[in-house]
Design a protein around this ligand. Structure first.
Ligand SMILES: [Fe+2]
Length: 188
């Protein structure tokens, strides 16, 4: 584990781990926008480093989206989850999405896309809990999902979107109604 340093350099002149992560991701997406090594890069960072803590800001009763880096190719965010909160069921606007768990355990619940004109409760298609250091991946070809901390405890996760996502579609769990959603940052 390295000391918490944000955006600077380590004492030896090496870039801070989260800066090295951004460089690795930039190189990865320049080589291939599908990011074949993105999960491995993200997981290696999540298992070894803690300087993401400089981007972790919690707010009562909700989850926060804290921007680490954004380029034309990708967007990197630290999400902080209070116990008991959850994301809406949502899509990913045609983009690739990876999530590495940084602290706690994070549950992902998959949902099928609703049939056109269907109304009624959304049906979960399965769920999985990810441990610290594990990486989840989703895109619109796989499913819709919601994300929440497990065990009634807080959680922190590192989210990578390629390309960046400004708007997505959220779905009302009880009715399946579509709710267009503009994505914002709690800190940047
Ligand atoms: Fe998501």
């Amino acid at each position: 584990m390295s000391a918490v340093r944000v955006g600077g350099t380590e004492p030896g002149g090496e870039p801070a781990p989260i800066v090295a992560l951004q460089r690795a991701l930039a190189g990865e997406f320049e080589r291939d926008p599908r990011g074949p090594r993105a999960a491995a890069i993200l997981g290696a960072y999540a298992r070894q480093h803690v300087d993401w803590r400089g981007f972790a800001h919690f707010a009562p009763g909700c989850y926060t989206r804290n921007l680490v880096a954004r380029t034309e190719h990708y967007e990197l965010l630290v999400l902080c989850w209070q116990p008991g909160v959850e994301s809406p069921i949502h899509d990913h606007a045609g983009q690739h999405c990876w999530m590495a768990v940084l602290e706690g355990r994070i549950e992902e619940v998959h949902y099928a896309w609703p049939e056109p004109d269907a109304r009624g409760a959304m049906r979960a298609r399965g769920s999985r809990v990810f441990e610290a250091g594990q990486v989840a991946y989703i895109d619109d070809g796989i499913a819709l999902h919601l994300v929440r901390p497990a065990d009634g405890r807080l959680g922190v996760s590192l989210h990578l979107y390629a390309r960046p996502i400004e708007r997505c579609l959220a779905y009302d769990a009880a009715t399946g109604a579509v709710l267009p959603r503009q994505l914002t940052y709690h800190s940047a």
